[in-house]
Design a protein around this ligand. Sequence first.
Ligand code: ADP
Ligand code: MG
Length: 253
Amino acid sequence: MNGTTARSMAPDPSRGAAGGQREGDPEPAQSLARCHKVARTYGSGAAASVALQNVSCCVRAGDRIAATGPSGSGKSTLLHLLAGLDTPTAGTVTWPALGPRSSLRPGPVAVVFQAPSLLAPLNVAENVALPLLLAGVDEGDAGQRASEALATLGLEGLGTKLPEELSGGQAQRVVVARALASRPRLLLADEPTGQLDHANGALVIDALLAAAAADGAALVITTHDERVADRLAQRWRLDDGRLVTGATLECLA
Ligand code: ADP
Ligand code: MG
């Protein structure tokens, strides 16, 4: 990315340059998302399946977190809770710096899933603009923001292509552009490279890092691929529903 893409809107002063600290703010860095003693159990009785137990963690501005662990360890469950897509069966998930769960999407939280999810009849630029239009942004602004997001990720040449004309890696990068267009403060990606070969996966991680940098967003990526995890500065390790290493807990005090 070139990092010079202009933003048509003035910067949000509440964001801070790095780390989310504001003048006079007693907190060193307020959490964007915070899990406190969270559990998530599916089903009940003999059929109950414990996906997460006693998980406490927080995501702060500037974080670049790889949430790793084997299949079934609870990565997707944790990401869905952080996104406000699901609710815990015990404990609490809060978004101290972002607002109530109902305000997160579309809004300050954007989610990228494993399978690209572009709408086949719409071209790339229309796909990227669509969530903004649905959120009430006027057509001109939505188009402008879609072009900016595509340009930030070096995808400006793809705007008029249909999803069926894209490779899997290109489609997933367009999904990242769609997330970026909503200017998230927290960008969550669940196994975003899971269906891609290593080279295309690396490009998608490049895109996610570029999107997070462009918008000053925190980034959490779930993966079981060590090469993906190594691209991120911080590591959470999940094992059998427990967060066994890596969570920064000072924000939970
Ligand atoms: P991961 O993303 O690390 O592969 P998940 O969070 O998807 O792990 O799943 C954690 C555990 O919860 C697994 O044992 C899985 O089978 C179970 N689980 C996940 N979703 C459901 C569901 N909707 N119903 C029942 N069990 C589920
Ligand atoms: Mg998963």
